[in-house]
Design a protein around this ligand. Sequence first.
Ligand SMILES: [Fe+2]
Ligand SMILES: [Fe+2]
Length: 197
Amino acid sequence: MAKSDLSKLARLIPSPQAWVGTVLQDFETFLQDHASAEKKASGMALSMASHYPDRLDLVNAMVDLAVEELNHYREVMRILLGRKIVPSADRKDAYVTQMNKQVRKDAEYFLLDRLLVAGIIERRGAERFGLVAEHITDPALKKFYAAITASEERHWQLFVELAWQHCPAEEIQPRFNQLAEYENHLVSTLPVTASLH
Ligand SMILES: [Fe+2]
Ligand SMILES: [Fe+2]
């Protein structure tokens, strides 16, 4: 497979139909969860940067990503605070926990799996923010979620590109597709709530 040929990677199944309606019915809860998710995404990027100090392009990409996710966090917090919504405590995200459990700890697979799991989580995020952008009626929020969608769309591709740069090329597609299959099962079995996952 040619480098960067993202079209050959498995697509994720659509989110359960009830998801976007559940979110729009309790948008306050969704905003609280969204803020937490952006903060955690920024922390994850920083931990990747710290874990691989000698891989300079990866460090550079993760530092930029951490800042971008933190900017998303700030934007969501502004929306929350503008509506006088009290931010919620971070909750354990069963989806992210289960996805992270798929990361094999062996040194030869660890980076590959971390990058691909992160890529799949971002890809699901892009799909879901896209659903919010499509269905929400408030014009300012529609614009905001369309911008977030485009950004998360770039992020999943970034993680796959990094996998191509740092891991054996022949392992990318099979492992991505295996993880995507697991993810598809996961999203179809987890309860639908007014949260990102
Ligand atoms: Fe983000
Ligand atoms: Fe992201």
